[in-house]
Design a protein around this ligand. Structure first.
Ligand code: ADP
Ligand code: MG
Length: 350
């Protein structure tokens, strides 16, 4: 469970959910505890075997993308699938991370929700580490918003946001923190939102892709999703280089990232766009927010942004509360109101 000065409610939340997932390892040396622990490990390794896909059962077809640590291929395994392979960097001695990766796979396989990508299994034998999921045929919100400049009306925006909240609320209830919620990891096809790439923390640990000696490599477009407490725990010149997975990610940092996605949906660009990373880091770390003066939107809509972007993690609500706020947004009334011909900067349906 994460620590790093998190508010108690999140620490408790984690203890509970981790316990429920059977993933907590209790430091109790009594024989009974030992026995139940080894029983649990045995159960976990049984479950793991169920989800292990032998690498040679996969047919890998064309490459469809490359991310920070992985290459994604279209492929076949009992039908069309996406195969995400991980490029290991001679870090195989890091068996702890590999074990954690396996544990995460077990957790992923228990995620069943309409708005989450269907996780089918994983190749867990190095050097062929891969994750097999359903193939998303639609476009990501990133492509819709930033590349195609698609414009959605307010009703549509609210529907999209609500579906993200549903998927995220489910993940949190299962004790999974996404850690990389961003418009690139949200697909939208035929009116349905599908969230991908949740909780791949141990995988990135195995790949060490973010390490460059003496400096922190910040992936492009990543900073504006990071909550102030994450920004404040970034150390640019630590030696050995900082492991991004040791940052205090929590349900509340996912909430913050959702705020940024909500901003992207409303405005069509990122917050702090065009500003150098060090300026963004300084502002967010100090609690300054992207000004909303140019956003012509009702107060309730901006209010959701302010709740997600709250400086203190404990002021950020949770996804079920957000969903309630979204469902109360005055969509119909505003659409007809002549005094609000355009209530958003981008308000025309594409
Ligand atoms: P990132 O999310 O940082 O762009 P990823 O490694 O998650 O990096 O993915 C790289 C690219 O592969 C994505 O941008 C997307 O185009 C594609 N991709 C990933 N997962 C899927 C999937 N399940 N279905 C279809 N395309 C995918
Ligand atoms: Mg992704």
């Amino acid at each position: 469970p994460p620590s790093c000065g998190l508010p108690n409610k999140y620490v408790d939340f984690f203890r509970e959910t981790m316990k429920n997932e059977g993933r907590i390892i209790i430091n109790n040396t009594s024989p009974a505890a030992d026995e139940s622990r080894s029983e649990r490990l045995r159960q976990n390794s049984l479950t793991m075997r169920e989800w292990d896909i032998p690498y040679d059962e996969l047919t890998i077809e064309e490459k469809i993308g490359a991310g920070r640590f992985s290459t994604v291929y279209k492929g076949r395994w009992h039908g069309l699938v996406a195969i995400k392979t991980f490029n290991l960097n001679n870090s195989l001695d890091d068996w702890k991370a590999l074990e954690a990766f396996k544990q995460e796979v077990v957790t992923f396989c228990k995620t069943r929700h309409e708005n989450l990508i269907l996780f089918m299994g994983a190749c867990m034998k190095p050097p062929h580490l891969a994750i097999v999921t359903s193939l998303c045929q639609g476009l990501t919100l990133y492509t819709h918003i930033h590349l195609r400049k698609d414009k959605f009306n307010l009703n549509r925006l609210i529907m999209i946001a609500q579906q993200i909240c549903q998927g995220m609320g489910y993940l949190h209830a299962r004790g999974i923190v996404h850690r990389d919620l961003k418009s690139k990891n949200i697909y939208y096809e035929n009116g349905k939102v599908v969230i991908t790439d949740f909780g791949l923390c141990s995988v990135t640990k195995l790949c060490h892709g973010n390490r460059i000696r003496g400096c922190l490599k910040v992936p492009k477009g990543w900073l504006c999703y990071l909550a102030p407490e994450l920004i404040r725990s970034l150390h640019a010149d630590s030696d050995p280089p900082q492991d991004l997975n040791d940052l205090p990610f929590s349900p509340a940092t996912d909430l913050y990232a959702f705020g940024t996605v909500w901003f992207e949906l409303l405005v069509g660009s990122w917050p702090f766009i065009g500003q150098p990373p060090e300026v963004i880091i300084w502002q967010v770390g100090k609690g300054l927010k992207q000004p909303l003066t140019n956003l012509r939107a009702p107060r309730e809509i901006k209010n959701i942004l302010m709740i997600c972007w709250a400086y203190q993690p404990e002021d950020r609500h949770d996804f079920s509360k957000l969903q309630l706020l979204l469902s109360k947004l005055p969509k119909k009334r505003l659409q007809r109101s002549p005094s609000h011909p355009t209530y958003l900067l981008r308000s025309v349906e594409s």
